[in-house]
Design a protein around this ligand. Sequence first.
Ligand code: OSB
Ligand code: MG
Length: 372
Amino acid sequence: MMKIERIELHQISQNLVHPFRTSFGTQLERPCILVAVYSQGLVGWGECVAHIDPGYSYETIGTAWHVLRDFLIPPILDLPFDTVKEVTARYGWVRGHPMAKASLENAIWDLLARAEGIPLGQMLGGGQRSRVEVGVSIGIQPTLAGLLERVDLFVELGYRRIKMKIEPGWELEPLRAVRERYPSLKLMADANSAFSLEHSPLFQQLDSLDLLMIEQPLHHDDIADHAKLQAQLKTPICLDESIHSPNHARWALEIGACRIINMKVGRVGGLTNALAIHELGVEAGIPLWCGGMLETGVGRATNLHLATLPNFTLPGDISATARYYAEDIAEPAFHLNSEDSTITVPAGPGIGVELVPKRLKKYTVRTQTFDV
Ligand code: OSB
Ligand code: MG
């Protein structure tokens, strides 16, 4: 039996080593909330991947802080528990806000795995692989030459799967240029909801480029139109933004809105929902891969453990620390195993990384502590 003795929220901000431009905006820094849950001398950590603004989804750091502080944390302080479910049941009535919920739930999972002395992946029912296949997500670049330079850089580093962000006006030509330069590279595109059904002729042209998949071409809340588009394409559609829960995943699979799902634990409200979606994918024969939100070492470690589950059969958006940050708040940093385009899953208990107190302090812009 554990008891939640203290919870801390830390809002941090780290500069990215390179600007990251998507169809919804440009990020130069990457602020986030880190959640720490204390019990019996142990600390579990979870990362809230909500952005500073509501560009990727409606959640922001501000809404997540509010929902955590006012609704999720108060009912679980001082709560005795043995399982994650006993904790999350206390705020199960709260609708929406998956990223806020996930950050707290994932910290509880980490805490329980640390208490058991086992890696998080094992606690989730995975852990059979010690390395996870990964790729890199490349933002929209100012020029075609700049894009090719960037792709060259990552290919030379050993990344064997490249994802390119696209938007109207930056699609066919840049994808074709990269495909011509690298005929056998695992290449894919992510539109972050920048297109509509009227663009189907464009997507039919992309069919000739042998892309691994096209991620979230249409509206961020849509499932139905994606089914219409998928029926017209050979290339698999992968849903990201549209899937917030196991129900969304089931609806998408039932109507053929996608052939692949991007799993982001924050977007689906935590590891429990992630496991349920993983199960749906197994039953439907739909492969998953682990998406990324430019996480710090905390979120990246959670993602790596999750991606050890068997149905994560495609390379994840989980790149080496140096691709995002000059210095991360957690140790050890993650490196690419260039011989097989993988990252090694941390072997220690829980998520297997530790915060570096000096760095946490350096990057923190706001903290709140909740004591019993
Ligand atoms: O759509 O997958 C996305 C980053 C922030 C928000 C949304 C997305 C992304 C990425 C980056 O593509 C993936 C990564 O963390 O490397
Ligand atoms: Mg995406």
